[in-house]
Design a protein around this ligand. Sequence first.
Ligand SMILES: [Zn+2]
Ligand SMILES: [Zn+2]
Length: 571
Amino acid sequence: MASVDRKEAARVLKTISTLLELHGENPHRVRALASAGRTVERLEGDLKELVQSGKVTEARGIGRGTAAVLAELVSGRKPEVLRELEAKTPPGVVELLSVAGLGPKRVRALWQDLGVTTPGELEYACLENRLVDLPGFGATSQNKVLEAVRFTLQARERYLLDVAWDTANEVGSLLGGRTGVGDALTVGEVRRACETVGVVELLVVTTDRATLGVALGEVLSELELEEPGVWAGKSATGVRCRVLAVDPQVAAAASLWHSAAERHLEMLQQRASGSGLRLGADGLWQGEERIEVGSEEELYERLGATWVPPELREGEDELERATAGLLSDLVRWEDIRGALHNHTTDSDGAATLAEMAAAAREMGWDYLGIADHSPAAYYANGLGGERLRDQWMRIDDWNREHPEIRLIKGLEADILPDGRLDVPLGCDEGLEYVVASVHSSFRLAEEAQTERILAAIRHPACRILGHPTGRLLLARPPYALDLERVLEECAERGIVVEINANAHRLDLSWRWARRALDLGVQLAINPDAHAVGGLGDVRWGVLLARKAGARRKDVVTTFGVGELAAAGLCS
Ligand SMILES: [Zn+2]
Ligand SMILES: [Zn+2]
């Protein structure tokens, strides 16, 4: 650290004060440092001289402690106290301090009481309504925090799939509404349904780049021309976008080129050169002559391959599987008949049983599995036996009165640290199925975590393994786990494995979902909805399942009630 000026010294004192407050240190010391910071900013004369002569302590509010910190600063060292504080504060917690409206006291409450250590975890905690009952917060404050933390997250490097997907559609439709601009096609990582996305990419087929450039100026901010025909800018919500203009005669090749992973393109290029052709973003060429191709399907056909759905263009074995007909009936949004992991106001949801049921019906579903939290999830108002039985009575009433949509009696039971499943005593019989989930002790060693989950899925009531790795995308890594062993056990016992469709989780990942399918495991695409709007998250799960190569029969939430009963998921 180079020697500092007054402004920088004041900033450091303020930072120390903030971190001390974050750690719940003596309020007098916190205030003293903050006010010393303000004094230092207004000092007259050379700071280094004032400190080294000891005169600085004559200024109001600068005691010996502050003077010692200043002495370290003016001699170019990072103050010891600052180094200690930084060492014991997770970087994500420091980042939380930059969320608008969150001071050290509130960040401390989020960190210590809710275990939130990153902005991503904070967003998720809001969606789970965990701030509602937290002292110093509440429902209104939770909404404000959610808005503020989302803003902070936007500024980051990558986006969750839902944000990127919605941005692509919005920018695409804004562009499509302008005269002289052709339809915009989503390409890149969004079209491939990647779990997180670095930049939203759109392709516009046009011969009039000037008009497109003008339209882009109205739709995107901070617009820059990266190279001829390629613009970069930001959407109204601040999401990074790239727009590529292509001529009509290369549209098919360009849409393939810009939506496939490099390895997929390499495999296609090999096929091309095998038949004396060359494939590029500028089309399919034989020598100096461009071969006319009208569609992606035709392009694949010219290369002796079968069209591969965009989600699967990752460069694995998708070309072989497409040829073998294994990718022809991937699960679709329209196939979904219900969902088996949803919360209500009985635990930590924001909508009542009746509201959730009505919303599911509105989506055209045949059933909704209610899986509120179990007692161990006390922070989420988990249900004990008595409240669970009360919920069952209301479910029975609902089912009698509303034959058009069936509610199913489930429970999201905590997997306790020792592997027991938190099913309230005497409730096994009345429950139609149990989702087993980890919500605590994320830091167990791999062997212990694996044994814990294996024990839980051996519980006779367990039918579904919920969010199997516990990851929160861009916020929390998966816990240490031998997932291969867990999936093998699920296959053996006929345990359904969840694709948690919440865009923050997408857990299993597509690669592990593919592995689960190879092992013969059935999947459930579950929104883990905590509000009516959450049900629609199933769409992200469908995209992920497609990316994993899942077909309708692989996904139990495409089943009707009869098939579901046959699979032991309702009675
Ligand atoms: Zn859960
Ligand atoms: Zn849940």
